[in-house]
Write a protein that binds this ligand. Structure first.
Ligand code: UTP
Length: 410
């Protein structure tokens, strides 16, 4: 374990010595806990605040990428379905639920999946997702392994909730939880926040670390022993999404491409969604704020938006490729968030507005590490109902409407 002197030297290199400001006031136990926290933090993540050193700021040249469209899928559905169901029956497909986020926009204290989206009855977000996956279990007659990523902040609640609800009818032999890594949160001047006199403010380090966290949790043995070859990674907050969708899996396998991403056609040029495209000839996602006006409004030969396929955080990756790229460094994104912190008087403040940065790697950057990616177009109103905010766009309200539209009783 680090000594006080060593911790101080380490912090000073990064201008973070304020983390030891209350050291003398702490009990011996809290002192060791603080030193242990400092030892575990990778402060080099702070280098990313320096734009020069942040690899994420340098992008290549973009080109549009076509998709298998809703029409193509309808025309080939029998073939896709056959391939997909065959793969699922052979145990080759598993699902990975990314549920380590903090859902700060929703403003719900518990894990987002525990949110009750029902109106007259209880219907939890986790329950919606399990129900959607159950459709595939019934269709294929096969349990699909489900790996659930949580964070240190929400793991205990999440695991207890699934147990309490008896996994919403899912077979618990096929469910595994794993915990993602954390990164420090800083104020707008790059100083790490404290949550208490002996506690450093840490938060989940984004959804990009899911595969390395899964490997570290020892789950590769599970994946290998079950013979899983494809992982369908998806977000907790889209209550309508199809998980381990046989058509999607079949389309990717039949295409011979290395990965797949579900996309929806953008509603309008200014919709704030990342677009699946090519960057220097390789699959990639360009974020809406990275697109120039020309890119946003460019039309293709059919008069449609050239960059129109927005991603919905539902990807299919091959295990083999994930293993091959597991040592690649992922770009670190700096995001503005509301971060609870201890003020000068020692009180914990919960800010109303973003008050600092978190450091996150993102699963979408894995797409750029693939040799190829099939953009697979789905019907927005049938498969995309994200719950990000309490009201307005991508909200509890809009998701409820879409659930109803799709015949889900609330
Ligand atoms: P979001 O980008 O919506 O982030 O996550 P968030 O933290 O959940 O919500 P806000 O921005 O604070 O309101 C997209 C998906 O990635 C997961 C989330 O749980 C969600 O499924 N995620 C996000 C993680 O698993 N870990 C993270 O560190 C961040």
């Amino acid at each position: 374990m680090l000594t006080y002197e060593e911790a101080k030297n380490y912090l000073e290199k990064y201008g973070q010595e304020h983390l030891l400001a209350y050291y003398d006031e702490l009990s011996p136990q809290d002192q060791s806990s603080l030193l242990a926290q400092i030892e575990l933090i990778d402060l080099s993540v702070l280098d990313n605040l320096d734009a020069e050193k942040n690899s994420n700021t340098k992008r290549g040249s973009f080109e549009p990428l076509g998709a298998v469209t809703i029409g193509d899928i309808a025309a080939n559905s029998e073939q896709y379905l056959q391939t997909g169901i065959e793969a699922i029956k052979a145990g080759k497909a598993a699902a990975v639920l990314l549920a380590g986020g903090q859902g700060t926009r929703l403003g719900f204290d518990k894990p987002k999946g525990m949110f009750n989206i029902g109106v007259k009855r209880e219907l939890y977000i986790f329950e919606c997702l399990v129900n959607n996956l159950m459709d595939v279990v019934k269709q294929s007659g096969t349990w699909v392994p489900l790996y659930i990523m949580t964070s240190e902040k929400n793991n205990a609640d999440t695991v207890a909730f699934f147990k309490e609800k008896d996994y919403f009818g899912y077979n618990s032999d096929y469910v595994r939880f794993f915990i993602q890594d954390m990164a420090p949160s800083v104020d707008f001047d790059g100083k790490i926040y404290m949550e208490g006199k002996g506690r450093i403010s840490m938060s989940p380090n984004g959804n990009g670390g899911w595969f390395s966290s899964l490997v570290r949790a020892g789950l590769m043995d599970d994946i290998r022993s079950r013979g899983v070859e494809w992982l369908n990674v998806f977000a907790v907050d889209n209550v309508l999404q199809r998980i381990a969708d046989p058509l999607f899996i079949g389309a990717v396998i039949d295409s011979g491409l290395q990965s797949g991403g579900k996309v929806v056609s953008k509603a309008d040029p200014d919709e704030r969604v990342g677009v699946l495209c090519l960057e220097d000839g390789m699959p990639s996602i360009v974020e809406y704020y990275e697109m120039t006006d020309e890119m946003r409004t460019r039309l293709d030969e059919n008069g449609e938006l050239a960059y129109r396929y927005g991603v919905i955080l539902n990807y299919l990756f091959s295990v083999e490729k994930l293993v091959a790229i597991s040592d690649n460094k992922m770009p670190v994104h700096i995001v503005d968030k509301k971060i609870p912190y201890m003020d000068k008087s020692g009180e914990l403040v919960k800010p109303e507005r973003p008050n600092g940065h978190k450091f996150e790697t993102l699963v979408l950057d894995m797409v750029h590490m693939q040799d190829s990616c099939l953009a697979y177009e789905v019907v927005r109103n049938k498969e995309f109902a994200p719950v990000k905010n309490p009201t307005g766009v991508d909200s509890v309200e809009s998701a409820r409407e879409l659930l109803k539209e799709n015949g889900v009783e609330l």
